[in-house]
Design a protein around this ligand. Structure first.
Ligand code: ASP
Length: 359
């Protein structure tokens, strides 16, 4: 990949206390209005003009920009491999990493990087904005400045947040617990099933109990194999056998994230259960996640989910769909054995789910 590298002199050399690598992938944050009024990616070399306060931070900042900044709706597996590789390759040279990314698929990318970067012990903070940096009321400045502060924050020389997170509109969330819930207001992200890792006000108030503890001496592993022979199927009242059958007959399909109702419930009609059972017997791995943002799948709580457990559907507990589908893509490519894939799907790998139910 042909990156563009920009080094920013944000402070006098003698004052520099930390170093951050910003990875600019695209999204609204980095856009500016052109003469026709259309939003186009702006040249990151000019960031100091847009955010002059950056010069008051004692941080040496390097920006690596995707050659073609993207709207995050265009994110694909290669982009994830590129983001993870940039971090891996530059890991020892920086105190932390800030990934500037569109909000639309930020929760998918943050989830995926939390799986691909095993043994991470430095902050990787995703952020973006609802309004471009050049807009008067843009949220970009606050999101970027606070992300930089969090990415450099240390206690006793150790990073406070050694994990993949999303910072947006005052909240620092675990990346693989976050969901985009707003497309208009500034509070775009939420994490219903896990508390914020920090809240920023006049100070940044860290929730130390919720943050993954720093582990001494871990070595970063970069796992770059992914498998996208997967699908998300969202149930709706009125779904037909015809539709469901054709999904499961998709050539090569290996895994399905099934979005069910409430605490993991689905129709109990025979045609529905037979269709799922046939798929499980063919070797397709099905993970049950809830359409609700909060709460968890408890297979067996209602009769309507008991059968799912009986036919071999796995419970996703309180995982988000974004974390579930990325975890599946990751495990399908990195585990040889189906039994191991199934075991890991229902086990927390990097804090993406909590274990406290019997479903
Ligand atoms: N469509 C844009 C993107 O996700 C929206 C944003 O940046 O917030 O790239």
């Amino acid at each position: 990949m042909n990156y563009k590298i920009v080094r920013l002199n944000t402070a006098a050399k003698s004052d520099i206390t930390s170093s951050i690598l910003i990875i600019y992938t695209g999204g609204t944050l980095g856009m500016a209005y052109d003469e026709t009024g259309a939003l186009v990616p702006f040249n990151f070399g000019q960031i100091l003009e847009k955010i002059p306060t950056l010069t008051s931070m004692n941080i040496a900042i390097t920006v690596i920009s995707f050659p073609e900044p993207i709207d995050s709706s265009n994110v694909n597996m290669q982009h994830w491999v590129d983001m993870a590789y940039i971090i891996y390759e530059n890991y020892d040279s920086y105190d932390g990493f800030v990934v500037l990314h569109g909000t639309d698929t930020m929760a998918y990318s943050a989830s995926m990087l939390s799986f691909m970067l095993q043994g991470l012990s430095k902050p990787v903070i995703f952020t973006g904005a609802q309004l471009p940096i050049s807009a008067m009321r843009s949220d970009a400045r606050e999101n970027l400045m606070t992300s930089l502060e969090i990415a450099t924050a240390k206690v006793n020389g150790k990073p406070i947040v050694p994990e993949v997170c999303i910072f947006f509109n005052h909240l620092l969330l675990r990346g693989n617990r976050a969901k985009k819930v707003q497309s208009v207001h500034f509070d775009a992200f939420e994490s219903e099933n896990y508390p914020p890792l920090a809240e920023s006000g006049i100070i940044i108030d860290y929730n130390y109990a919720a943050i993954k503890p720093f582990e001494e001496g871990t070595k970063l592993k970069y796992l770059n194999k992914l498998d996208n022979r997967v699908m998300v199927i969202k149930l709706f009242p009125g779904i037909t056998a015809n539709v469901l059958d054709s999904c499961f007959e998709t050539k090569g399909l290996r895994g399905v994230v099934l979005e069910t109702y409430g605490s993991g419930n689905s129709p109990s009609e025979a045609w529905f259960l037979n269709c799922l059972e046939k798929a499980v017997q063919k070797g397709i791995i099905i993970l049950n996640v809830s359409q609700c943002n909060g709460g968890r799948v408890i297979q067996g709580r209602y009769q309507t989910s008991k059968d799912l457990k009986r036919i071999g559907i796995l419970s996703g507990g309180d995982i988000t769909t974004e974390a579930a589908i990325t975890k599946m893509m990751f495990l399908l490519a990195n585990e040889k054995d189906d039994a191991e894939i199934r075991r890991k799907l229902i086990t927390p790998l990097t804090g993406e789910m909590s274990l406290n139910e019997k479903g």
